[in-house]
Design a protein around this ligand. Structure first.
Ligand SMILES: *[C@@H]1O[C@H](CO)[C@@H](O)[C@H](O)[C@H]1NC(C)=O
Ligand SMILES: *[C@@H]1O[C@H](CO)[C@@H](O)[C@H](O)[C@H]1NC(C)=O
Ligand SMILES: *[C@@H]1O[C@H](CO)[C@@H](O)[C@H](O)[C@H]1NC(C)=O
Ligand SMILES: *[C@@H]1O[C@H](CO)[C@@H](O)[C@H](O)[C@H]1NC(C)=O
Length: 499
């Protein structure tokens, strides 16, 4: 049996040097085929994978590995025409490179002065066998540790950060540099922007607050407040709204609001929690003069000429008042230059075009009014009521020049549609209905007035029916309770009115 004589009895072994089966792309590995007892003999070698078999084949290869070198390795030896068995397969796994990764915890690349953040160098396969080095162009340097905890960030921490590892056991062996990560610390304290919708209340409608902060996705929670007028402070204090603390949503809905009110929001994030400034207050206004306090305007019209003297009077059973003004460009004022008792006297200028209301010393808000100061000194103004007109009542709109009331040839427009060219210069509506609500303006001898909103309020009976309907339609206990309260309030007023 000649054949048997030539089959070498021992199976070869594949060894790896270093002996780890998990190595990183770019590292060098030696694979060797060893035939026990076969030393000295003239072997040639055959390998799997086949790509190693480019002649001259050898019993060992030094490979600088890439991921494509992952896989099973085995070999056999050949002498003349005879072969050994194939060795057992040894599996080599080549991972992504061992380049470290810089991560931020929490992962906000843009943070604010005073926030806490950790910059971390992560090397695949653990942190015990490595020393760490950082390279950064920030003014404050990171210590040579795998983790740099910034307890109270400032702009001196801003910069690009990259790191590498140096093996403790063999100091000349390092990883590559990581990619760099940019940390930006803003010295500004962020201030969210609150929007309130709608601006003017209608009975039964809910009010939606929206709090917008820069970098909105970055871990913020929201705090919602009601503004409480504080006359001594020349400002307001804030009171948390129910369930308004740390909501995940950037919006908040208020049901059953019936009076003018102010709101404020702010945001917070992180641990320890960092807080933004409070937003500027925003308001929802009630036009309802039957609230406990109201604001009256004299002369009683929305539009005024420049340099007109206009007085705003706060009405209600309170001794201390301030008049608030929310201008067209979104600014809030509380500086009535000439306040006598509960009356604020204005010598009008264009910048007085605004929404006005009163705040009492004990924190009450009055109903609110629009005032528009005319732009074109030679043009007409529309004379229209400041307060909402009740359905069924009669109303008359007219057009006036600074020098005189216009008595003929006036064109009136409702929502930009010409509705009347009355020779008497007056638009009379004998029984106002909801459809008469909208913007009005007048035109005289080629000049146009500004346009103003005329508000029509439905009678209390209809409001009650509407509220009852909504109350019954709503399953939510909270809703029902709110509307029930509203119902009681409205019914009370209704009775008061009829007495
Ligand atoms: C931050 O981390 C969260 C969860 O850990 C992840 O959902 C989000 O995509 C990350 N954001 C960025 C900008 O990396
Ligand atoms: C003030 O004007 C706005 C439109 O600009 C209108 O929606 C609101 O009802 C007006 N308020 C009053 C009290 O008329
Ligand atoms: C109102 O202001 C204008 C311009 O500032 C001034 O000319 C005018 O005299 C003032 N009128 C009153 C009544 O104060
Ligand atoms: C006004 O307020 C005072 C003190 O709160 C109260 O005693 C008085 O009855 C009130 N008057 C009216 C007319 O509501």
């Amino acid at each position: 049996d000649n054949l048997k004589f030539y089959i070498f009895p021992s199976k070869p072994t594949v060894t790896l040097q270093p002996s780890w089966t998990q190595i990183y792309s770019g590292e060098t590995v030696t694979v060797r085929c060893e035939i026990q007892g076969g030393e000295g003999a003239q072997w040639t070698y055959e390998w799997k994978p086949a790509k190693l078999n480019t002649p001259p084949t050898s019993n060992e290869y030094r490979i600088t590995v890439t991921e494509s070198d992952s896989g099973g390795y085995s070999c056999r030896g050949r002498r003349d025409y005879f072969f050994t068995e194939w060795s057992d397969i040894i599996t080599l796994t080549v991972s992504f490179s061992n380049r470290p990764v810089v991560t931020l915890y929490p992962n906000w690349s843009e943070i604010y002065r005073g926030e806490t953040i950790t910059v971390r160098c992560e090397i695949h396969g653990g942190d015990t066998e490595w020393d760490y080095e950082w390279e950064t162009n920030s003014r404050i340097k990171a210590p040579n540790q795998n983790e740099y905890r910034i307890r109270s960030a400032s702009s001196s921490n801003s910069g690009n950060y990259r790191c590498k590892g140096r093996m403790k056991s063999s100091q000349h062996k390092t990883t590559e540099w990581s990619d760099s990560v940019t940390l930006t610390v803003s010295d500004n304290k962020p201030r969210p922007v609150l929007t309130v919708s709608p601006s003017w209340l209608s009975p039964g409608a809910s009010v939606t607050l929206n709090c917008e902060v820069e970098h909105p996705s970055a871990g913020w929670s929201f705090y919602w407040y009601k503004a409480v007028p504080d006359l001594s402070e020349k400002s307001s204090s804030y009171e948390l709204l129910p369930d308004g603390s740390g909501t995940a949503q950037d919006s908040y809905i208020i049901h059953g609001q019936t009076h003018t009110a102010g709101y404020v929001c702010r945001a917070g994030r992180g641990d320890p929690e960092y807080h933004t400034d409070h937003s500027q207050p925003k308001f929802v206004w009630s036009a309802d003069v039957h609230s406990a306090t109201s604001l009256t305007v004299s002369p009683d019209r929305v539009q005024h000429f420049t340099s007109d003297s206009v007085s705003l009077t706060c009405e209600g059973n309170f001794t201390e008042w301030r008049v608030r003004k929310f201008s067209e460009d979104g600014r809030l004022y509380s500086d009535c230059r000439r306040m006598t008792g509960s009356t604020c006297n204005i010598n009008t200028s264009k910048s007085d075009t605004a929404v006005y209301w009163c705040e009492s010393g004990s924190g009450e808000f009055s109903s609110a009014v629009n005032i528009t100061v005319q732009n074109d000194g030679n043009g007409p103004i529309l004379v229209s009521p400041v307060h909402p007109v009740t359905e069924g009542a009669s109303v008359s709109l007219s057009c006036s020049l600074r020098t005189q009331k216009i008595l003929s040839n006036v064109f009136f427009y409702h929502n930009d549609k010409l509705i009347q060219n009355d020779p008497r210069g007056e638009l009379k509506i004998s029984a106002v209905s909801k459809s008469d609500e909208g913007f009005y303006k007048c035109q005289y001898s080629g000049r146009e007035s500004a346009q103003s909103w005329m508000s029509v309020k439905v009678s209390l009976i209809i409001i009650l029916l509407l509220l009852l309907y909504r109350c019954r339609r709503t399953n939510s206990e909270k809703f029902s309770f709110t509307y029930y309260k509203l119902f009681i309030i409205q019914r009370h007023k209704c009775i008061m009115m009829f007495i």
